[in-house]
Design a protein around this ligand. Sequence first.
Ligand SMILES: [Zn+2]
Length: 413
Amino acid sequence: MAERTLLTNARVLTCTGDRHERPIAADVLIEGDRITRVAPGIEAGPARVVDLRGATVLPGLGDAHTHISWPLDFVFDHATVAAAPPAPHILDVAAVTRTYLESGYTFIIGAGTTQPMDDLLVKDAIDRGLLPGPRIVPSGPMIAEAGGLGGDGEIMEVVANAAELRENVAWQCGMGVRALKLFISGDGVVPEFPSEDVYMNDEMLLAAAEEAGRHGAFLTTHARGSASVAMAARTGVRIVHHACFLDDEALKALEARRGDIWVCPGLHYLYAVVNGHAEPYGITPEKVEASGYHEEFRSQVEGLHRLREAGIGILAGGDFGHQWTRHGTYAAELQRYVELAGMTPAEAVHTATRNMGEAAGLPLGQVREGYLADLLVVDGDPSADVTVLQDPARRRAVMKNGRFAYVNPEVYP
Ligand SMILES: [Zn+2]
């Protein structure tokens, strides 16, 4: 018989409700790796009973734009990380996945590796129980177009046409990659490649989407300008990262695929940069000015309001791992959604839970019968104050696959 665990005396934020949902008093029965019942006063029969003493249980959090290749002390030195000796580097990567798990994150979607096999190697070790870490939808090397941002090939794969892109996607999928990362716009932080630049074309993206689909994989794109967002939406991309600028055409293209496409903004990253948090690391006010990030930030905030009105799914996530958005502070993204994008705290939590499961097509992100028992136990109510998710002292435990994967040593002796 499968292992049975009964969580009692819990407040359950199920993430099955609307944007105003609040925790309910309930027990949660877990059998094997699944949640099998959520109700008050469950008589479970033989089971391991864990009294949560009034703590809140919610689904483990998810992040849809992760770079586990970036070590805990990463300072934007991509080329150095790419050239680092692989053996010590992969231990750095393992430290990052452990940090995700201990921060309450049980699910991550890769957004491009710096050494090609980083996501795949660590995922394999995690899945075999050798390392602590979240469930991973692995990415591989990012793909750029010749002549575009990343087209120097220093840390990315470079393709020139649809045939080469298809071949690269097939190669990555053959290794096990399931989230392809394509660069289809510039980025203000590299002024020679401004955000409104568009790289690749419909033919290339359609070929890539078809090839990915054959392997059960999906496309994600770095797309900051509105023309690149529109192209991503009309060619079958699953996750659009950044989407800093949205014109009517881009919004319409996204609306046409509502429920089949998600936007992952990375709002906290822009917030941190425009508020000077990167200044100690050489991103001077002059550089920020030159990047146009002030305007991108204003535009992204406005865009998020429009996306919400249009019912486009938003995913939490966003390039964490710089010293100004350190690993372990991932839930700051949810705080920005509440402060800047008009979300309720519960709605912000949904971007990291229910929406993640829907985007990945996996039964996770809800405390619900039949769903994977990936859970987070915290002191306090994230649907009243989402910042409780950022406090390590409030994080009591993390479950993955129905087992305790992290227990806070400060809380439980
Ligand atoms: Zn990124």
